[in-house]
Write a protein that binds this ligand. Sequence first.
Ligand code: AMP
Ligand code: ZN
Length: 114
Amino acid sequence: MSDCIFCKIVSGDIPSTGVYKDELVTAFRDINPAARTHILIIPNKHIDSVNLMIADDKPLVGHMFFVARELAAKEGISESGYRLIMNTNADGGQTVFHMHLHLLGGAPMKHPMG
Ligand code: AMP
Ligand code: ZN
């Protein structure tokens, strides 16, 4: 996707504060952090959203969560806790249409269900 900002981060055409990269995923710090730790874990290949995942993507999505767990440990927030979020489409509040997993933590957060 030539006009996708996160594809450009994967390719290095747009700079980011990278924290992890392997053959499947890239992780970098959110430019507008909503928590002390706010990292985005994204697939290296373009997928618009959770809606556009295919069955073959199941291992990739599992890997995204596994990497999030590892990064939470690295950030020192495993015990204090963290939240993993994938916003989808308008009602979910998705603003960048390259699927991504938010890793948020470092201080208590308001419960999203109120
Ligand atoms: P969402 O609203 O769930 O689609 O999340 C998109 C996230 O991407 C937001 O938290 C933005 O702050 C973040 N974001 C947008 N552009 C960049 C960028 N160039 N580098 C890092 N994070 C970004
Ligand atoms: Zn993309």
